[in-house]
Design a protein. Structure first.
Length: 210
């Protein structure tokens, strides 16, 4: 059982947002945005800091969180309303007791939604609202046998209207509702609990119009 306390108190971020023009001209089921991270100049944040690093490596986008109780995230630099976000996430090193996943409707560092799993099999949907992080629809992270422990997982986060749905490896594992945020950027997140040193590789990031 995992309880998230003080989630997202300190983080790196990239918060550039563009207009919603692409959303207006894209058909349902088509990609609004895609990045396989093969091009290191595609615009994702690259940072080396005391608490962790973000950047392109080995044809993917990697996050290394060195400190305990710390989170790093990065954004696509776009703006969306309803979206289906997907990515392949692989823990490379560090504790299985971690958190990694997807962000939707990022307005600023105090307002967004997240869907996270841990490499030892737990998951949660939550938000940060007016600077306070909390889980939605559950009090703690819950266990799912659909999560591949210690290995690659395909994550999907649907943010459609007031409905928030998290899926892993093709299976829906979390559904909740919240109406606080209607649009914003999409991105990636990695964090630690009691032990630092987790490194995660993300690949095949795509934002689809539902």
């Amino acid at each position: 059982m995992k309880i998230i306390c003080g989630l997202f108190l300190v983080s790196f971020l990239t918060a550039c947002q563009s207009s919603l023009v692409a959303d207006l001209v894209t058909q349902s089921g088509q990609a609004l945005y895609h990045d396989d991270f093969s091009d290191p100049s595609s615009g994702w944040r690259q940072t080396v800091g005391e608490n962790g690093t973000l950047g392109y490596a080995d044809g993917a986008y990697q996050m290394l969180v060195k400190s305990a109780g710390y989170d790093l995230w990065a954004l696509s630099g776009q703006a969306y309303e309803d979206v289906q976000i997907e990515v392949d996430a692989t823990r490379l090193t560090g504790p299985l007791n971690n958190r990694l996943g997807l962000i939707c409707r990022f307005q600023d560092i105090g307002n967004f939604y997240f869907f996270i799993i841990s490499s030892d099999g737990y998951y949660a949907i939550g938000n940060k609202s007016n600077g306070t992080g909390s889980l939605l629809g559950q009090e703690t992270m819950a266990y799912s046998s659909f999560i591949h422990q210690g290995n690659t997982n395909h994550l999907r986060f649907d943010c459609i209207g007031n409905s928030l749905t998290g899926s892993v490896n093709g299976q829906v594992i979390a559904i909740t509702n919240d109406a606080a945020i209607s649009s914003g950027d999409a991105g990636l997140i990695t964090g630690t609990f009691d032990e630092g040193g987790v490194q995660v590789s993300f690949d095949n990031f795509v934002v689809i119009k539902p």
